[in-house]
Ligand binder design. Structure first.
Ligand code: NAP
Length: 255
């Protein structure tokens, strides 16, 4: 039996790519679509909803979410409460919100995934960066995205920073008498290192982690040139969450 999938944010850049991916896989069935501002009542026979409350009791297995940071927590909570296993790519969750959703999913014995990045190369970059930070504790993260992105820094940069902080010996970088002549010049501070966000038209999703040491440097970089780069991860997430009984944060937990 095909896995029945709801796509929230189906008109967006990521949501519409996810719709195409679901339609192209016979093991998946596009069951419903959600967007508060959609005017159409269906898309090729698939019902379109404007209000998530109308999905209570709807027959579906998985809730794919590519919406907006400000609604992602509420949507994911709603999905879990209504037994739709969430596969969430929307970014902007706080640590407390993730812990809360993991606890709720365990209570309901429902699988789920929140992944700030579904691209395999980005997962590898995060792992390599965490490893390298054990030997190169001086580093800066530069994330680069298209100019319509609403949150900064990116969810991937935050996750990378968290992983680095877990393996790197904590230290504060830069000169102790450093002075910012323009606010924000040194980027956001996390565990003593810096995160910089670049927003430009033409970009999709890119990240560099630059390490510096005495007389040498190391740069790790990942580029998503196209949103299709995220879809094998979303597909894997959908197929895995229906077999599990708790939500996980990070695609690497399912690999
Ligand atoms: P986007 O093009 O702005 O799409 C978001 C869509 O969600 C819009 O069509 C928006 O409608 C709709 N929406 C807003 N509120 C909603 C609600 N309450 N319920 C359902 N739909 C709602 O953004 P995007 O570029 O696709 O990115 C979406 C999210 O995915 C962002 O948080 C982004 O950072 C993240 N992302 C994640 C990955 C990953 O690998 N995890 C990769 C890329 C992007 P309106 O435009 O009409 O408001």
């Amino acid at each position: 039996m095909a896995i029945k999938v709801i796509v929230a944010g189906f008109k967006g850049r990521m949501g519409s790519t996810a719709v195409d991916m679901v339609k192209s896989d016979e093991a998946l069935e596009l069951a419903a679509l959600l967007d508060p501002f959609a005017e159409e009542k269906d898309l090729d026979g698939v019902p379109v909803f404007n209000d998530k409350e109308d999905l209570i009791g709807f027959d579906a297995d998985v809730w794919v979410d590519f919406t907006m940071p400000k609604v992602a927590y509420e949507n994911t909570r709603f999905a879990i409460e209504n037994s739709f296993a969430p596969v969430v790519g929307t970014t902007g969750f706080t640590e407390e919100q993730i812990a809360d959703l993991i606890a709720l999913s365990s209570e309901k014995s429902l699988g789920g995934l929140i992944a700030p990045n579904f691209a395999i190369g980005a997962i590898l970059l995060m792992e390599f960066a965490a490893k390298a930070s054990q030997y190169f504790p001086d580093l800066e993260i530069i994330e680069l995205h298209h100019d319509k992105k609403k949150d900064a820094p990116s969810g991937t940069a935050i996750k990378t920073a968290e992983l680095i902080a877990q393996s790197r010996q904590s230290k504060v970088q830069g000169a102790s008498d450093e002075e910012e002549l323009m606010a924000g010049a040194r980027g956001a501070e996390y565990d003593g290192f810096r995160i910089h966000s670049v927003r430009l038209p033409g970009l999709v999703a890119h990240q560099e982690v630059i390490f510096g040491a005495q007389g040498e440097g190391l740069t790790l970089r990942h580029d998503s040139y196209d949103r299709s780069s995220f879809m094998s991860g979303v597909n894997l997430g959908i197929k895995e969450v229906v077999k599990r009984d708790t939500l996980v944060y990070g695609l690497e937990k399912l690999l």
